[in-house]
Ligand binder design. Structure first.
Ligand SMILES: *Cc1c(COP(=O)(O)O)cnc(C)c1O
Length: 458
């Protein structure tokens, strides 16, 4: 008999109790939080799918490594181990640890960007674009058009449109493009992967024009697993082999270890170019710490080095993707509108189609996130009009996508937890007409989604 799903390739050695709450308690909690899931106390959350960032469960091997922290100010053993892991798995020459991914983005943007430059990328990411802009660059989206349509099923929906890249080079000139920022996978497109063929083609075009390629490697292991499962010629390759080929099409990368590094904190910048490395070491001491610790304790570097090795185990990474797919397929089978295809780290509910009677001004995705919490204590995140903010004239941006993200932490929850999540979403869908929408009672001028407060309409 074919297995319905792959069981967890790990067993549980230590447990953390989670809050089981009553409906009355959740009503109190969500009211206190202004109907914003970001403002809930984690004590009041049953299954926390707010983010996959830093919420990973470390292994016994990683925890053992934590005890071997060499907390010397400079040249610690753990830095050597981390450097060796990155050189070994990614193939880059130089490695600079940073406190998390954005620390590496800050340094890379400062050393590479001049005022008036353009940085093309396959869809923006919030912190990545912010650092590019802070350093005087304009971001240009060069992802394929299909990535912006939540209903199109494509195996590599994160691919770059080479015509868009060529058009930008023709328009502004290659000397104003310090690098192409290639995200693997593309978070804001729903965790969609980039094909090896596309990475290779982007690198060739970049080299021809003397432009560097810098990857956002945050979810590079998920990307490699999708390549193994979907791209012709890669089925028999190991994740390690696929990763090495991936990074042969790049001059460097930034990495948030809080995602595919399977740690709770940490990141790094990796580079081949000696001069860029020299410049980066001069900046890391200003923002992070010595180039041999970059804001991390020795034990944190050890945990990340070990986490990186664990991440390339096919049993681990294929199970992760299978868990996400399991939740998505269960929802899909029940007719719940979700973003397709199912990506690597999260399921996105389409709140426009879930609550067609709630106008976007009444925040359907924010409403759905609050209702899901009320129903079962599951915490999700709004990615719609509230996250999009207001324009200079003070009007709401009206994004095409009005989504609720259910993000799966690594190695934290079992299929039983995902069953609870699926069942509560399905129950909510059956009573969807009763949802009424929300109105603002407090709104911050920037990044309002973090702290906004609401009250129910009607
Ligand atoms: C999380 C993330 C980052 C930033 O990393 P932090 O560790 O949160 O600073 C950069 N790029 C992508 C795609 C991410 O998901």
């Amino acid at each position: 008999m074919e297995k319905k799903y792959m069981a967890e390739p790990y067993k549980i050695k230590m447990v953390e109790p989670i809050a089981v709450t009553t409906r009355a308690q959740r009503e109190e909690a969500i009211k206190r939080a202004g109907y914003n899931t970001f403002l809930l106390d984690s004590d009041d959350v049953y299954i926390d799918l707010l983010t996959d960032s830093g919420t990973n469960a470390m292994s016994d091997n990683q925890w053992a490594g934590m005890m071997l922290g060499d907390e010397a100010y400079a040249g610690s053993k753990n830095f050597k181990n981390l450097k060796k892991a990155v050189q070994d798995l990614f193939g880059f020459k130089h490695v600079i640890p940073t406190h998390q991914g954005r620390g590496a983005e800050n340094i890379l943007s400062q050393v590479m960007i001049k005022q008036g430059d353009f940085v093309p990328g396959n869809m923006y990411f919030t912190t990545t674009r912010a650092h590019q802009e802070l350093n005087g660059a304009t971001f240009r989206d060069i992802i394929i058009d299909e990535a912006h349509d939540s209903t199109l099923e494509l195996p590599f929906k994160g691919d770059v449109d080479l015509n868009k890249l060529q058009a930008l080079i023709d328009e502004v000139g290659s000397e104003r493009i310090p690098y192409i920022c290639l995200a693997i996978t593309v978070n804001l497109a729903g965790g969609q992967p980039v094909s090896m063929a596309n990475m290779c083609a982007v690198y060739e075009m970049a080299q021809k024009h003397g432009i560097k390629v810098m990857m956002d490697a945050t979810r590079c292991v998920e990307n490699a697993c999708f390549i193994k499962q979907r791209e012709a010629g890669y089925g028999d390759k190991t994740i390690r082999e696929i990763l090495r080929e991936t990074f042969s099409y790049a001059d460097g990368c930034t990495m948030s270890g809080k995602k595919d590094g399977i740690v709770n904190i940490g990141g790094f910048l990796a580079l081949n170019d000696d001069e860029l490395y020299q410049k980066s070491t001069a900046l890391v001491v200003v923002y992070e710490g010595m180039p041999s610790y970059g804001g991390l304790a020795g034990r944190d570097m050890e945990a990340m080095a070990r986490g990186l090795y664990e991440s390339v185990d096919y049993n681990y990474i294929s199970h992760r993707l299978a868990q996400v797919r399991y939740l998505g397929e269960k929802l899909d089978a029940a007719g719940i509108p979700i973003v397709k295809p199912i990506g690597g780290h999260a399921i996105f509910l389409d709140a426009r189609r879930f609550y067609p009677h709630i106008p976007q001004d009444h925040f359907p995705a924010q409403t759905l996130a609050a209702e899901l919490y009320l129903k079962s204590g599951v915490r999700s995140m709004e990615r719609g009009i509230v996250s999009a903010g207001r324009n200079k004239e003070g009007q709401h941006h009206y994004p095409k996508l009005e989504l609720v993200r259910l993000t799966i932490p690594r190695r934290v929850y079992t299929y039983s937890h995902l069953e609870v999540v699926a069942d509560s979403v399905i129950d909510l869908y059956q009573e969807r007409e009763t949802a009424k929408g929300l109105r603002f009672v407090y709104e911050a001028p920037v990044l309002r989604f973090f702290t906004a407060r609401f009250e129910p309409l009607g």
